[in-house]
Structure formats: C-alpha cells, structure tokens
Design a protein around this ligand. Structure first.
Ligand code: 13P
Length: 253
C-alpha cells in the first residue's frame, strides 16, 4: 500500500508567532479529529523547523519537512543549509526541485540530482517536484517534458534509492493561480509518471512510490483529485497557511 500524504509548503510565509499559531491549530485539530492512514507533513521555512518540531512532538502522523537543502555536505557555503542539519533538527522530508526554485534560483536537473543524493544519504525522504509551464501544456508536450525532468535528475539512482522518494507533480500553470488541474489531467499525468518509473525500475517499484498533486489544491477540490487511482495526496501551498483548510484537505481521502 502506498503512503497517503498531505504536505503543506508554507513557502516564504509566517513570522515566528504566526508559524507557531498555525502549527498549534493544526496539531489541536488533528488531536481532536485523528486522521487515519494519512501522513501530514509541515514544511516551514528553515527558521521555523526547531519550533515546529517541538509543537508536533508526540503527534503520531504529523512529520516535519524542509523546503530545500544544499547540494553540498558541509563547509564554506554561506547561507546554505545542509541535509544533515535538517535531519539533526528532526526533519524527515525535504522538498527538492520546486518549480519556484527551478525558475527563480536556476536549479538545474543536474543540481537536483546532487540535492537528492544529499537528502538520501542523510536519511531524509525527498519530495521531488516536477511539472510543466503553461506553454508546454498548450503545446501538448507536457508528458515528455515531465518525463525528461525525472529521467535527467533521478534515473541514475538505484531501485533501493528511488523507492524512498515521494514525487510531487505540480503543473506550474496551476500553482498559486486558482486554476487547478482537473482530476482527469492530474490522473493522466500521475499515471504517465508511474509508467515512466515502471519502465526503468519495474512495476512493483513504481507501485510503491507516492505521487502527490500540487497546484491550487483546496478543500473544495481535494476530494475529487485524491479519489483518482494514481493520486496519493497533495503538496499544498496557499491553503496550508489556513489551519482549517489544510486539515480539511488532509481529511479529504
Ligand atoms: P498553491 O497550493 O498555492 O497553488 O501552491 C502549490 C505549491 O506550489 C506547493 O508546493
């Protein structure tokens, strides 16, 4: 059985008290309304990791993740944060290759391989993001585009390594736009991603990998999207900043 996951990507939001309030509200709701069989992951900015970790301590199905990590192990890299540091702060997951990092911080497929290696070698589960821009969707070449992202960054990993990943499909045209992919569009792409993984690693391995959908996911559309066979949960941006909405999404399975 693949893991069902709802992960919140706070992006660069929340001052100290806002982050603490948001986390406490989510923790209290999940204590009151235990969500069975769904892993809830909070991915705050680095400076919140320690505080959020303390607040979620003891709540079974909430885990901590980060939004990025360095491609280097340690050393003179001012401003960077290593995967080993994240692990030492209690993070279990790390988002790698979000489209905002690819486009605004020029993260290449090759760099993302290095970041994924760092995450894996430090015991973190990478939430590896892929997804196409609008012009690629309109040209109807989105499947090839996303497959190439995965091939170039990930297909050097072993079967044992690839099984540890979570994939997040986030069509760029749906991120923060209010324009969600239809559940059919999400399912088609998730099935194509799984088939692509299967072509390299075999069906049994591909069947084990959770594939999350991201892009304007909210309580009103999560149920429909999560009902699709190859959609194993969501990577949530804006709606993860509202405790009620985020927990409602996690309860949408
Ligand atoms: P929104 O849910 O705000 O569209 O963001 C999605 C996303 O980028 C999550 O990583």
């Amino acid at each position: 059985m693949r893991k069902k996951i709802v992960a919140g990507n706070w992006k660069m939001n929340c001052l100290l008290e806002e982050g603490q309030k948001l986390t406490s509200e989510i923790v209290n709701m999940i204590k009151d309304e235990p969500i069975k069989d769904v892993k809830v992951i909070l991915n705050p900015p680095f400076v919140h990791l320690h505080g959020v970790k303390k607040l979620i301590a003891g709540v079974d199905n909430i885990a901590l993740g980060a939004q990025n990590c360095s491609d280097k192990e340690a050393g003179a890299y001012t401003g960077e944060t290593s995967a080993a540091m994240l692990a030492s702060f209690g993070a279990e997951y790390v988002i790698i290759g979000h489209s905002e990092r690819r486009s605004m911080f020029n993260e290449s497929n090759e760099l993302l391989t290095e970041k994924t290696k760092q995450a894996l070698s430090n015991g973190l589960t990478p939430i590896f993001c892929c997804g196409e821009p609008l012009e690629i969707r309109e040209a109807d070449t989105h499947e090839d585009y996303v497959k190439a992202q995965l091939t170039e960054s990930l297909f050097g990993f072993s079967e044992e390594e690839i099984k540890k990943l979570v994939i997040a499909y986030e069509p760029i045209w749906a991120i923060g736009t209010g324009k969600t992919a239809s559940s059919e569009q999400a399912q088609d792409m998730h099935a194509a991603i799984r088939k692509h993984l299967s072509s390299k690693y075999g069906e049994a391995v591909a069947e084990e990998i959770s594939i999350l959908y991201g892009g304007s996911c909210k309580p009103s559309n999560a149920k429909e999207i999560f009902s699709k066979a190859d959609v194993d949960g969501g990577l949530i941006g804006g709606a993860s900043l509202k405790s009620r909405d985020f927990v409602d999404i996690a309860e949408s399975f």
